[in-house]
Design a protein around this ligand. Structure first.
Ligand SMILES: *Cc1c(COP(=O)(O)O)cnc(C)c1O
Length: 336
C-alpha cells in the first residue's frame, strides 16, 4: 500500500532515518529493549521531526504559488528553524514571528534562523493567541499575510508546529518507513514513545499505526500544559485528517490516545531536573544528544516508566528522537 505516495511532496529530509539499538541504555535500566529512531537526523539545517511535515506542507505552498512563508514559534523554536531552512531550499522568502523580545545574543535555533536569512519579527504574544494560531486562526500571522498581499506577493501561513492534516502525512509516512525497517530487522515494537508538543507528530503516528495495521501503541509524553486534554486534541486531529484526506480508517476516540502528563515540570521550555539528567544519561551511554525542551523530558518520562515497570521486560520500546539538540547551546547555563 503506497498510501502516502499519492500526496504531492517535496524531498527535503534524509530518509530513511537510522533505527538504532540502545544497548547500553537497555543494560543500564534492566528493563525492556530500547531502540531509537533518529529523526534528529533528517538533515536539513541540523534536522528534527518538523522536516517530515514540511515535505507535504511546502508541496502545497508551491502548488498555491506562494512567494512568502509565514509562521510563528518561540525564540528557540525548532519548528521555525526547520521551516526557514525548507523554504530557503525551495527558494522562498520566510518571515518568522518569534515570541519574545530581541535578545542581546543569538544562540541555538535563533542563530541558525539568522544564518538562513529569514526575516525575524520579535513579538511577544499570549498563550491565547498561540492556541488560536495552533488551531489555524491567525491573530498574529494574518496581519503579516495582509502586508504581503499589499505588495503583490502570495503569502502562505503555516500553523505553529506544522500541526494540520497535510503535516500529519509526515508521520504517517514515517510509520510506513518504520514498518519496513522493523520487518528488515525482524523486530516487533510494542510502544513508540515520543514527546508531545502540538500533538501533530503523535497524530501522524497513531494514524500510521492504524493505516499500516501495526500492532503497536503510541505513548506520548506531554511537555507543555494545555487547556484541553491533548488526547482529545489528537483524536480530533486524527479524525480531521481522515476526513480531509479521505482515508479509509476507523475514527479515533480520546481514550485510544495514550498521553502521559507527569513529566512536564513547570511548563513549556522550562527544563526539569530529570530531563537534564536524561540528557546526561543518553550522552554518556549512547553518545546521543537530546534536548532540554522536548526529548529530554520525554526520555526522563520513559526512564521513570521503565523503573516503575510500566512496560514488560520482554517488550521492545522505540523512542522517537524528534531533534532539538540545537537548543542546548541556548540553555548552556542549565548544565553548569
Ligand atoms: C516540535 C517538536 C516536538 C513535538 O512535535 P509536535 O508534533 O508539535 O507534537 C518534539 N520534539 C522536538 C525536538 C520538536 O521540535
Amino acid at each position: 500500500m503506497n498510501l502516502t505516495k499519492q500526496y504531492p511532496k517535496i524531498e527535503l529530509a534524509f530518509l530513511p532515518t537510522p533505527l538504532v539499538y540502545a544497548e547500553n541504555l537497555t543494560k543500564l535500566l534492566k528493563g525492556p529493549e530500547i531502540f531509537i529512531k533518529c529523526d534528529n537526523c533528517t538533515g536539513l539545517a541540523l534536522g528534527g521531526n518538523k522536516t517530515r511535515k514540511l515535505e507535504y506542507i511546502l508541496a502545497d505552498a508551491l502548488a498555491k504559488k506562494a512567494d512568502v512563508i509565514i509562521t510563528i514559534g518561540g525564540l528557540q523554536s525548532n519548528w521555525a528553524r526547520q521551516t526557514a531552512a525548507a523554504a530557503r531550499k525551495i527558494g522562498l522568502r520566510v518571515i518568522l514571528v518569534l515570541n519574545g523580545e530581541k535578545p542581546e545574543e543569538y544562540q541555538g535555533n535563533l542563530l541558525l534562523d539568522h544564518l538562513l536569512g529569514c526575516e525575524i519579527r520579535f513579538k511577544p504574544y499570549t498563550d491565547e493567541e498561540e492556541q488560536k494560531e495552533e488551531a489555524g486562526e491567525t491573530p498574529i500571522t494574518g496581519e503579516i499575510a495582509e502586508e504581503i498581499l499589499r505588495v503583490g506577493q502570495v503569502p502562505y501561513i503555516i500553523p505553529l508546529g506544522g500541526c494540520n492534516p497535510l503535516g500529519n502525512l509526515g508521520y504517517i509516512s514515517a510509520i510506513e518507513e518504520l514498518k519496513l525497517q522493523s520487518e528488515e530487522k525482524n523486530i516487533h515494537f510494542d510502544y513508540i514513545v515520543s514527546a508531545v508538543g502540538t500533538g501533530g507528530t503523535q497524530a501522524g503516528i497513531e494514524l500510521g499505526l492504524r493505516l499500516f495495521k501495526m500492532d503497536c501503541k503510541g505513548l506520548g509524553i506531554s511537555i507543555s500544559r494545555h487547556i484541553k486534554p491533548k488526547s482529545q486534541e489528537i483524536a480530533d486531529l486524527c479524525n480531521q485528517t481522515i476526513k480531509d484526506l479521505n482515508f479509509e480508517c476507523k475514527a479515533f476516540s480520546p481514550e485510544e490516545i495514550l498521553i502521559n502528563y507527569d513529566y512536564i515540570g513547570e511548563g513549556y521550555a522550562i527544563p526539569t531536573m530529570d530531563g537534564i539528567k536524561a540528557i546526561y544519561t543518553l550522552a554518556q551511554t549512547e553518545g546521543i544528544i537530546l534536548d532540554p525542551v522536548y526529548t529530554g523530558k520525554a526520555m526522563a518520562g520513559m526512564i521513570d516508566l521503565i523503573k516503575k515497570n510500566y512496560f514488560k521486560k520482554d517488550e521492545n520500546i522505540l523512542f522517537l528522537h524528534t531533534g532539538g539538540e540545537v537548543a542546548n547551546f541556548a540553555y548552556n547555563k542549565m548544565f553548569l
